[in-house]
Design a protein around this ligand. Structure first.
Ligand code: KG4
Ligand code: ZN
Length: 352
C-alpha cells in the first residue's frame, strides 16, 4: 500500500489530498478562492498567493485528519511544481518541502497537466488502459492535445495558439455579463438558448491539431455589443470589460452558439487525432471537461470510448496531483529539497 499526500496551489484552489495506490481517495480538501477573485473577473495573482499562504496549513491538516493518517504512514509528498502562477506555486512547494523535511519523506514535484490526466486514473480504479490514448486537456490556462503512448509518456500533437478554452469561456462570460468563472455560467445560460442562432466562424489553421479561440471571442463581441470601440475590435481585455451589450440580443442564444462553436472545434480535432494515431480511447480532462455539451459532442464524434473525470476532479484538486505523484514515485522519482517552481513547465516525459 502506497500512501501519498498531494498538494495543489497552482492557481486559485488550495487543495490537499491523501490517495492510496494512485486510485483510492482517502480525502480531497479543496478551498476555492472563486469568491475572492469574482469581483476582478479573473484570478488576481497577489491575492491568490496570499490566500494560499493563509489556507494551506489548515487545508493539509484537514486532508490528513479526514484520511486518518499520520505523517509516519505517508510514503511521499507530491506537490504541483508547475505550470501555474509563480507566487501560488511557491506556497505549495515550500509547504511540501517543509512537511517532507520534517517527516523525512520523499518529495515529488508534479506537473499540473499530468495531474489533470491522472484525474482519469483516480476515478477509474485500477482499470488497465491500453495505449495509445488521445488526451484533450482543456482548462483555464491550457488547451493541449496529447498522444499518450504509455504511463508518463507524452507526445504533444497541438494546442491553442492564443486563448485557452477555459479562458475563452471566461472572457465571453464576462462580456455577456455573467459571473466569474464564465465556463459553468455559460453552460447554464446556454441551456435555454439556441446553439444555431449565430453561425460563429471557425478558425482555419495550418496545423491540423492546433486551436484558436480569439477570432470566436471577437465574433461574439461583435454580435453582442454596441458599436465596438477600436480596442474592442482588437479584442483587448480592457475593451471586453467596457463593451456595452446590445439590448436586443439573447444572452442564452449567444452563450449556446458560442459554446457550440468552441466545443465543435475541440471535438473535431480530437476525434481526428484519435483516428489518425489509432487511439484506443479518448480522454478529456481539465476544468472545461466538466462541460456536458463537450462530453456529449465528443461521444458523438467518435466511436471510441470517451472518458472524463467525475465533476469534482475536473477542476483543480490535489487528488489528481497525488495520483500523478504515485506514478512518478513508482518510477523512482525523488526530488531534492532545492527543487524550484516551473511556472511555464510543459508536459514532458522527463522527471525534471
Ligand atoms: O482546471 P481548472 O480548474 O484550472 C486550470 O488549471 O486552469 O479549470 C478552470 C477553467 C475555467 O476557465 C472555467 O471557466 C472552466 O475551467 N470551466 C468550465 C466549466 N467548468 C469549469 N468551462 C466550461 N464549462 C464548464 N462546465
Ligand atoms: Zn488545472
Amino acid at each position: 500500500m502506497t500512501t501519498i499526500l498531494g498538494i495543489e496551489t497552482s492557481c486559485d484552489e488550495t487543495s490537499a489530498a491523501v490517495v492510496v495506490d494512485g486510485v483510492s481517495i482517502k480525502s480531497n480538501v479543496i478551498a476555492s478562492q472563486v469568491d475572492l477573485h469574482a469581483r476582478y473577473g479573473g484570478v488576481f495573482p497577489e491575492i491568490a498567493s496570499r490566500a494560499h499562504a493563509e489556507q494551506i496549513g489548515a487545508v493539509v491538516k484537514q486532508a490528513m485528519d479526514e484520511a486518518e493518517v499520520t505523517y509516519d504512514q505517508l510514503d511521499a509528498i507530491a506537490v504541483t511544481r508547475g505550470p501555474g502562477l509563480v507566487g501560488s506555486l511557491l506556497v505549495g512547494v515550500n509547504y511540501a518541502k517543509g512537511a517532507a523535511l520534517a517527516s523525512k519523506k520523499p518529495l515529488i514535484g508534479v506537473n499540473h497537466l499530468e495531474g489533470h490526466i491522472y484525474s482519469l486514473w483516480v476515478s477509474e480504479s485500477r482499470r488497465e488502459i491500453e495505449f495509445p490514448i488521445v488526451v484533450l486537456i482543456v482548462s483555464g490556462g491550457h488547451t493541449e492535445l496529447i498522444l499518450m503512448t504509455g504511463h508518463s509518456q507524452y507526445e504533444r500533437l497541438g494546442g491553442t495558439l492564443d486563448d485557452a478554452a477555459g479562458e475563452a469561456f471566461d472572457k465571453v462570460g464576462r462580456l455577456l455579463g455573467l459571473p466569474f468563472p464564465g465556463g459553468p455560467n455559460i453552460e447554464r445560460a446556454a441551456a435555454g438558448g439556441n446553439p444555431a442562432a449565430y453561425d460563429f466562424p471557425r478558425a482555419r489553421l495550418e496545423e491540423p491539431y492546433d486551436f484558436s479561440f480569439s477570432g470566436l471571442k471577437t465574433a461574439v463581441m461583435r454580435a453582442a455589443t454596441v458599436a465596438p470601440s477600436a480596442a474592442v475590435r482588437r479584442g483587448e481585455a480592457a475593451g471586453e470589460r467596457h463593451a456595452q451589450l446590445r439590448s436586443d440580443v439573447s444572452i442564452a442564444d449567444l452563450a449556446a452558439s458560442f459554446q457550440r462553436a468552441a466545443v465543435t472545434a475541440l471535438v473535431e480535432k480530437t476525434a481526428k487525432a484519435a483516428e489518425m494515431f489509432h487511439a484506443t480511447e479518448v480522454f478529456i480532462a481539465g476544468g472545461v471537461s466538466a462541460n456536458q455539451t463537450l462530453r456529449q459532442a465528443m461521444r458523438s464524434a467518435t466511436e471510441l470510448p470517451v472518458r472524463y473525470p467525475p465533476l469534482i476532479l475536473c477542476t483543480d484538486n490535489a487528488a489528481m496531483i497525488a495520483a500523478a505523484g504515485y506514478r512518478r514515485f513508482q518510477d523512482g522519482q525523488r526530488d531534492s529539497f532545492s527543487m524550484d517552481v516551473r511556472p511555464t513547465w510543459p508536459l514532458t516525459n522527463k522527471t525534471s
